[in-house]
Design a protein around this ligand. Structure first.
Ligand SMILES: [Zn+2]
Length: 258
């Protein structure tokens, strides 16, 4: 933070893992606190964070708690504060200077300002933690590798497979935990792991891409891949539409137990 008229320069090394939006909000909070404590008149806060400016323009109880705290402080001081957004790196000398101040704080030996995480920040941290844990555990695991290959960063939270039976079917194929002979034989529920038609190991790749009995499914998948200018692969057909629907519809129409 830099106040040119008072030649005040403040830089903090914040808690690790804080989201950039939270960092920008915290800087505005610090500026408002400074204005309040030192009774600075006609204050203008310049920020390059559009997210922070729009957060103040909304009036939602779901907004970051720091926004509400800032509003409370502003409501209790005599002067009005102008918040101005400027695009970053457009050559404003003061703005560039404060950018350098912020960067210099990265070299501080320790954190000198602890920022409380909001709910979104905690969710991001937890997700990163478990993804890292998952990635580091995979070499030691005997199960789940096929799924990890498909989704090394976890399944997309926006994916919504409906009906539930579609979700179950696709998930079983992704986990290689389905009723194809290779997997049923592994748990002792089939006498052979081979495909009844082709007499080779009946795994997910065989079912989707090579089986003579399901050649029409392979053909549908191949056509869709060609139309999208992709090569046919397990990673492709088990991760996105329209492939997921093609597979599920084929399995449903032909009443195949997966
Ligand atoms: Zn076959």
């Amino acid at each position: 933070m830099y106040v040119p008229s008072l030649n005040v320069r403040l830089s903090y090394r914040l808690s690790d893992g804080i989201h950039i939006d939270m960092v920008e909000l915290d800087a505005i909070f610090s500026a408002i606190s400074l204005i309040s404590v030192h009774h600075i008149s006609n204050p203008l806060i310049i920020t390059d964070s559009l997210h922070a400016v729009t957060a103040f323009s909304r009036s939602s109880i779901f907004e970051n708690s720091l926004v509400h705290i800032c509003r409370d402080i502003v409501a209790n001081i005599d002067t009005s504060i102008t918040l101005l957004w400027v695009p970053s790196h457009i050559g404003l000398i003061d703005h560039n200077f404060v950018d350098e101040l912020a960067k210099s704080a990265l070299d501080f030996p320790s954190i000198n300002r602890v920022v409380a995480f909001d709910l979104t920040g905690i969710c991001v941290l937890l997700k990163d933690h478990y993804i890292n844990l998952w990635n580091s555990s995979v070499p030691k695991l005997s199960a789940g590798r096929a799924y990890h290959t498909l989704f090394p960063n976890g399944r997309s939270s926006s994916e919504n497979l409906k009906p539930r039976k579609k979700d179950t079917t696709i998930t079983r194929l992704r986990f290689n935990n389905c009723r194809l002979n290779k997997y049923m034989h592994k748990i002792g529920l089939r006498t052979s792991s081979l495909c009844d038609t082709c007499n080779v190991s009946e795994d997910v790749a065989h079912f989707l891409f090579q089986c003579r009995k399901h050649a029409s499914l392979t053909s549908l998948l191949q056509d869709a891949a060609s139309a999208a200018k992709h090569s046919l692969s397990l990673a492709l057909v088990l991760s996105q539409e329209p492939f997921l629907s093609i597979i599920y519809n084929y399995i449903s129409v032909n009443n195949i137990a997966i």
